[in-house]
Design a protein around this ligand. Structure first.
Ligand code: KG4
Ligand code: ZN
Length: 368
């Protein structure tokens, strides 16, 4: 497709769909942009004693902090609202009170300045991050795997995605967090379980590999949590408690099960992707669970076997942030998207409207 020389745009991004209040300024063009500023205010301390994100507390915190976040991002970038070309905001999917806070702020800023408003799908923000960080060419395969998401996306453009499969219940990060809780480890559970697994025997407990017998790329992780609970209780019943080694072995066995499922489903997703003959095949991973070294290594091996290059954005851009929203907004702005004040916050918003709705919904709210 022939394109006119794109002019550089300066986009303010706002994100508040879960438990991070974030604002960022991104500048450039599609596939060639830089982050001028990115501010993320997490809310872990506010929710810690509840064992999960409390939507009302999250929404109130967003409402209190978001405008300060936006001012701080503009100041750090050394620009004013007048310099901005468009205001991009997460309009869903996510916890509705938080999404409303962001959309209301963005509408206010847009009304006050006359700058265009662009509603962005949070998942598109994650999915387009490899273009911000590594200028990855379309089409590429993306595995988004975190505490709130788990899906394979074939990314064709900023507005065209095919979901090849996803979890039908919990996201793997939730399973890591639950495993940590069951074994008395700290939250968030992923890093703690990974550390324990380093000294554990992954073969000691035979945990299930759910849905491997089913065709396609859908996954399930809730049964794995239950299996881990049973294995733990079995050890306790036998010995009256669990030793450090038992705990390490349980963690290693659990991590191996998650890794095996993700690796096999990635193999299948790669087959579907490669059937399209992408000129420069790339498989990208993002989300908090992508920080896990064992899982990352397993996925890199599967990609390499298929002759596909692996890509992983830096961790701070894999987890929730507003730079990804500003960048997705930039691509959509270039493509001509403009929203008006009828832009509605959406708790659910599938990226791929042709694939069946996902049933899963976990501690971090509704999924697409
Ligand atoms: O992307 P993220 O920060 O937030 C959302 O879920 O949206 O992901 C957080 C999740 C948590 O469930 C956390 O336990 C998991 O990612 N996680 C990990 C690791 N680091 C974070 N899971 C496995 N291994 C890790 N090293
Ligand atoms: Zn997210």
């Amino acid at each position: 497709m022939k394109r006119l020389m794109a002019t550089s745009n300066l986009i303010l991004g706002i994100e508040s769909s879960c438990d991070d209040s974030a604002a960022a300024v991104v500048q450039g063009t599609s596939g060639a942009a830089e982050i001028r500023a990115s501010i993320v205010l997490g809310q872990n301390a506010l929710h810690a004693s509840f064992g999960g994100v409390v939507p009302e507390i999250a929404a109130r915190a967003h409402a209190e902090r978001l405008d300060g976040c936006a001012s701080a991002a503009l100041a750090e970038a050394g620009v004013t609202l007048q310099d901005i070309d468009a205001i991009a905001v997460t309009a869903g999917p996510g916890l509705i009170g938080g999404v409303m806070s962001g959309v209301m702020l963005a509408k206010g800023l847009s009304a006050g300045t006359g700058k265009p408003l662009i509603g962005v799908n949070h998942l598109a923000g994650h999915a387009l991050t490899p273009r911000l960080t590594h200028a990855v060419a379309y089409p590429y395969l993306m595995l988004l795997v975190s505490g709130g998401h788990c899906q394979f996306l074939l990314v064709r453009s900023a507005a065209e995605f095919s979901r090849l499969g996803g979890t039908i219940d919990d996201a793997p990060g939730e399973a890591f967090d639950k495993t940590a809780r069951l074994l008395g480890l700290a939250q968030p559970g992923g890093p703690a379980v990974e550390t324990e697994a380093l000294t554990g025997d992954a073969k000691r407990f035979r945990l299930p590999r759910p849905l491997l017998d089913r065709e396609g790329c859908d996954m399930s992780f809730s049964g794995l949590k239950t299996a881990l609970l049973r294995a733990r209780d079995h050890v306790i019943a036998e010995k009256g408690g669990i030793t450090r080694q038992d705990r390490a072995d349980l963690c290693a066995s659990f991590q191996a099960a998650v890794s095996d499922v993700l690796a096999e489903k990635t193999r299948r997703a790669l087959t579907v992707y490669l059937a399209e003959n992408p000129p420069q095949p790339v498989m990208a991973i993002a989300g908090g669970v992508a920080a896990n070294k064992a899982i990352r290594a397993a996925l890199e091996t599967v990609s390499a076997e298929a002759g596909v290059q692996s890509n992983a954005p830096p961790l701070a851009l894999c987890t929730d942030n507003a730079a990804m929203i500003a960048y997705a907004g930039l691509e959509l702005f270039e493509a001509g998207q403009r929203d008006d004040f009828s832009l509605s916050p959406r708790p659910r918003w599938p990226l791929d409207t042709n694939s069946p709705a996902m049933l899963g919904s976990g501690k971090k709210g509704a999924k697409a």
